[in-house]
Every structure is written in C-alpha cells, then in structure tokens.
Ligand binder design. Sequence first.
Ligand SMILES: Cc1cc2nc3c(=O)[nH]c(=O)nc-3n(C[C@H](O)[C@H](O)[C@H](O)COP(=O)(O)OP(=O)(O)OC[C@H]3O[C@@H](n4cnc5c(N)ncnc54)[C@H](O)[C@@H]3O)c2cc1C
Length: 470
Amino acid sequence: MKHLAILGGGPAGYVAASHAAAHGARVTLIDAKPLGGTCLHQGCIPTKVLVESCALLEKFKRADAFGLKISGELSADWASLKGRFTEIVSMLGDGIDQLMADRDVTCIRGYGRLLDRSTIGVNDQTVSPDAILICTGSRPKAQPSFNVDGAKIGTSDDLLNWSDLPASILIIGSGIIACEFACILDTLGVDVTIVASGARLMSSADKDVSVVLQRQMRKRGIKVIFNSRITSLSHGGSGVEAFCEEKIIATAERALVAVGREPNSRDIGLERAGISVNDNGDIVVDDLYRTDVPDIYAVGDVNGRSGLAHAASAQAKQAVDHALGRRYTMVRERAIPVAVFTNPEIGYVGRSEDEAKQDDLEYVVGKFDLRALGRAHALGEISGFVKVIVAKDTGHLLGLHAIGPHASEIVHEGALVIQKYGKAEGMRATVHAHPTIAEAVLEAVEDALGQATHKPLSNKRQANDVLQYS
Ligand SMILES: Cc1cc2nc3c(=O)[nH]c(=O)nc-3n(C[C@H](O)[C@H](O)[C@H](O)COP(=O)(O)OP(=O)(O)OC[C@H]3O[C@@H](n4cnc5c(N)ncnc54)[C@H](O)[C@@H]3O)c2cc1C
C-alpha cells in the first residue's frame, strides 16, 4: 500500500486525502489549523454566506415590486451575519473531519516542513511517505507601505473578523475578491470606493462583462477610481488616506487591501529538498503538478496556476492518481469555470473575446440579453447577458461569458462543452427548459450560428443564412 503525505488541508489537501484514501492509499494529512483551508475559513464559504444574506436583503427592499407588503424596519446585523457564517463554517469543518475519519486518514495538527526529499517534520515527529503533496495554499498580499494593521487597514481575513462595519471603506484592488466585497459591503450600508490600478474591473473577465458590472455598481452608488496605482496607505485624521506617490487620491474610515494573494511557499523547507519557485514564490510544477523532485507534487494556490478552490481540488485528484499509478485525466485549465458572486453574478469559462483575438483565432460571437427572458423578469433581475464565442471554421465553443442571475450555475454548460472539445451545434440541438436563465445560453448560441429565436432579424444575417457545422 502506497503512503502519501499531504501538507495542508484546504480544498487541495483534504480532497487529495479523501481521493487517495478512497483508492487504497495510506494517507497522512498535516495542517497547522482546522481542516478546510482558506476556502472554508476565510474565503468561499463565509463570503458566500454573506452574499446570500445580502441577496435576501436586496429582495426584501424591493418587496413592493413583487406584490408583497412588508412593514417595519429592514436592517442587517453584522454580529448575526457573522454568527451565521461561523455556524456554517463549523458544521462544514466537522463534515471534513468526519470524512477523514471515515477514510482512516491520519490527521496531524501542526506546522510541517520538508526536512529532505522524502521526509516531513511536524511537531516532534517525522513522516517518511512514498510521495508528498504540498498543498499549503496562499495568503493575502500586502506591501509594507500599505500599513496593514488589521483594524483600520485590513485584508479580507481581517474584515471577516471585524466586530463592526465602518461607515465608509476604500477597497484597493479590482479583482474577484475586491468586487465581491464591494457588493457585500454596499448592500450592508457601507459607502464603498474602489481604487483600481487599471482601466476596468475584473480584467480576467470578458470586457463586455466588466462593462455591465461597472454600470450596475455605479447605479448602486459604488464609486470606482480607475487607473490609479496606490503606492501607500496611511492612518490620517479619523480614517485612512490612499496615496498615489505624494498625492492623496481618496479617503475613508477604513480600507480593505485586496490586491491579490501570495503562495505559502516560504519556510516549508523547499530549499532543503531542492524545489524551485518562480519570481512570485509559486512552486514551479509541470503539467502533472510535479515539482523538481519527481515524488513531490504541489497543487492548489501554492503553484500559482489558478487561485480557485475547485481548480485546487481538480489538480489534487490528478496528482493523487498519478502518484498512485492510476489512470488520470489531465486538468484542462481552459475548461475551468470561474464564478464571481458580485451583484449581478458572473460566470465564465474558456477564452474571452480579447484572448481569442490575441490567439489569432477566427470566431463569431453570439449574445443574448436577459431582459428578453421571462425568468429574468420573474426574478426581477433583467440586467445582464450570455455571450458565446465560437470558432468560425469548426464551430467549437471557445468561450461562454454570463452576467446576471444564476450565472455561476449556467456557466457549467459551457465548461462541459469546452472540456469535451464540443461544438456550439450540440448546444443548439440541446433542448433548454423554460422558463430558465439557461435559455439565454441557447439563444446566444443560436445568435452565433445564425438567428436567435427571440431576437429581431438582423440586417446582416437572415434566419436561413446560418453557419453550418457537422
Ligand atoms: C475572500 C475570498 C473569497 C474566495 N472565494 C472563492 C470562491 O467563491 N470560489 C473559489 O473557487 N475560490 C474562492 N477563493 C479562493 C480559494 O479560497 C482558494 O483558491 C483555495 O482555498 C485554495 O485551496 P488550497 O488548498 O490550495 O489552499 P488553502 O485553502 O489556502 O489551504 C492551505 C492549507 O494549508 C495549511 N498550511 C499552510 N502551510 C502549512 C504548513 N507548513 N504546515 C501545515 N499546514 C500548512 C493552511 O493552514 C491551510 O489550511 C476565495 C478566497 C478568498 C480569500
């Protein structure tokens, strides 16, 4: 029986442990903290619990429009919101502990380090397995000039621990974490200003998605300052001042620093094992997630490939299968869906239009606005669209981009098709249930291939002028 030791028990490490043990390996899982990692304790779960409370609050505020009469004051109570996510996190954490017990995984609580190419030291013990998976994850990045003190200037970890919310906040950053917190805090009554270093929010998404997100944020009163790279933050007067070189460009009661994450690759003994990292500190791996040492793998945030929980878990399963000599399916990074829980929600997979251009691909775009869908009206959320990018010569789906209700769910249709190197024609032939938001996927595909059923006939193309793919 092969013995696998796993350093770190987040969605990479505990999923690796579960998968390996289920397939006959002896597994030792080492984590300095309760299992679940950033995802469970400071990331996906607490923030999405908050997102749901915010969605409910927003709906209640619009009850009249839904034909409902609600009397009395509606307000959010931060202590109770934190209580709810703490309870859910604890319950899910117990679930992971039970899963490990069910699979006879040996869990060691302690900070582990590689002692050499085949040994991990933890507490006063040493573990000498046949293979090692490094799954130590990442932590918030913050340069010293940001003066993060956890109280007035904090990272996402700090914010979730705050005992109250400020009246106003500066959010430094424009990526997923920055945008999700902007929407949460805005709904909870905080005056939000985002300071973005570039010209748009969510630069990893398709440009059209950013445009709708920015418009909806502006409508809600979230302010965004673009093209401003903050060089330092300082405690001034009653709040925080954000500087671009010598000039103060924004102030607020507190600041959230959300400028990215850095890998936990320091002080884990990599140098003793001869494992290299790149300039960001990410552990260098090949497509099998092997480090420079053949029996040592590095998966999840620590290798810098993705930064998403489900990608970490997928990489972990592939690495375990390879280490155990089982048949494995290579993770197709292009087919990993991204779900962003802003308001409106975002889901995308595959290439954006800009990426298709950069790759010199010939493509057609199909797009369908949600306002033409019955379900979007029933939900009272008509802003948004589904956009598909289809290879002109072959009809393969290259990308699917959605913004609007349920975008994080409908993106999986695109993920499946891209994973299977499938064609848009197959999506068009697939009957989509009515009334659903997924109908926008069908219509967007129809639009790309010729004529969407519920879209006016375009001047450019007629219904019989469709692209034909076998
Ligand atoms: C605010 C926020 C929201 C997020 N929302 C989402 C989301 O909605 N969807 C999504 O897909 N992703 C989300 N993420 C990203 C997601 O949390 C990470 O991609 C995911 O947790 C990475 O998993 P991992 O197992 O690689 O690392 P981690 O989850 O960071 O786990 C690493 C584990 O290793 C342990 N560890 C580290 N060093 C050692 C050591 N030397 N010895 C022992 N143990 C060690 C740590 O204690 C930790 O438990 C979010 C992140 C944040 C911060």
